[in-house]
Design a protein around this ligand. Structure first.
Ligand SMILES: Cc1cc2nc3c(=O)[nH]c(=O)nc-3n(C[C@H](O)[C@H](O)[C@H](O)COP(=O)(O)O)c2cc1C
Length: 314
């Protein structure tokens, strides 16, 4: 029996990653209803907005779902109080120290998973007592580590050293990739970029279309001095690159980034001045479709690949 399916009581070991400005209750409940695990991305929500999303998600599905808490945003204590009061049973923390809240959340009966981008942090998360780890390679969309370790290298390195369930993330949008990371030792996958181009994602339609049009090489990890993030190369990205050419201070980078860039790009659809977070795998995303179709296609591709591999000899 698959440990990830057991841990969350779900049908398929596919987790839809929490994503600012993309994963509200509509996407999370659609993925959960399709047999995966949907996560509400609390990073772009004020506490009262999160509360509303959790309540709507509970109405839209009777399947398990969770909330992602990126620990770099404010209002953490308020967010955690809402999660506990609303009876959310699964939390994925990211971008922070897993020691801070893991015990507290677990004491409240919550299953806790932490997202890491390196072996060092995977070991820290295991020490902090998390139930599972998401190991995310440098291909992934959104914030990432500074070390640029790819999923192909990271998963077996983490698998070698940890003894709790392992979820692979970064560059996974098709069933063959899911098969590949499971061959490397992952128990399940977390998928982000592919779900941005879904009907239910709350991201702006123009951003979704840009993701579909993106080709190989369309993204770059940047802003390492602030919080490393993989972006589509639009005008805002070119402005960042031009500033880098001048050897900027952290303050100058912060000033250029300003406030609400991500909302402007991904939610309001300003493809020129906005920040557009997406993974390398956008080059493999060719359509916008329902979240359930994404889950079902990945599962059938997984089995097609498995059959192909059973006949393979080298
Ligand atoms: C638009 C976007 C927003 C994201 N926001 C978050 C976030 O708020 N919290 C988080 O832990 N990860 C975030 N991520 C990372 C995803 O949860 C997921 O781990 C990642 O997208 C997996 O790699 P992939 O994009 O190659 O599928 C984001 C990713 C994208 C594309």
């Amino acid at each position: 029996m698959n440990t990830i399916k057991n841990l969350f009581n779900i049908q398929y070991p596919i987790i839809q990653g929490g994503m600012i400005w993309a994963s509200g209750w509509k996407l999370a409940s659609a993925v959960s209803n399709a047999g995966g695990l949907g996560l509400i991305g609390s990073g772009s929500m004020y506490p009262d907005v999160l509360k509303e999303h959790i309540q709507k998600c509970k109405e839209a599905t009777n399947k398990p779902f969770g909330v992602n808490i990126p620990m770099l945003y404010p209002n953490l204590e308020e967010i955690i109080k809402i999660i506990i009061d609303e009876g959310v049973k699964i939390v994925f923390t990211s971008a922070g120290n897993p020691k801070t809240y893991t015990k507290y959340l677990k004491d409240h009966g919550i299953t806790v998973v932490h997202v890491v981008s390196s072996l060092k942090f995977a070991l820290k998360a295991q020490d902090a007592g998390v139930d599972a780890i998401v190991a995310e390679g440098f291909e992934a969309g959104g914030h990432n580590g500074r070390d640029e370790t790819t999923t192909l290298a990271l998963i077996p390195m983490v698998k070698e050293k940890i003894n709790i369930p392992l979820i692979a993330a970064g560059g996974i949008a098709i069933g063959a990739s899911m098969y590949a990371v499971m061959a490397l030792g992952a128990d399940g996958v977390q998928v982000g970029s592919r779900f941005v181009a879904s009907n239910e994602a709350s991201s702006h339609m123009d951003f979704k279309k840009m993701v579909v049009e993106a080709q190989e090489g369309a993204t770059q990890l940047t802003l390492k001095e602030l919080a490393p993030v993989r972006l589509l190369k639009n005008k805002f990205y070119e402005d960042v690159t031009a500033l880098y050419a001048k050897g900027p201070s952290v303050e100058e980078l912060k000033t250029l980034l300003g406030r609400a860039r991500a909302k402007r790009g991904m939610f309001e659809g300003d493809l020129v001045e906005g920040e557009l977070e997406i993974g390398q795998v956008s080059g493999l995303i060719h359509d916008i479709k329902p979240a359930a179709a994404i889950v079902n296609d990945m599962i059938s591709e997984f089995y097609t690949t498995k059959n192909r591999m059973e006949k393979l000899s080298i």
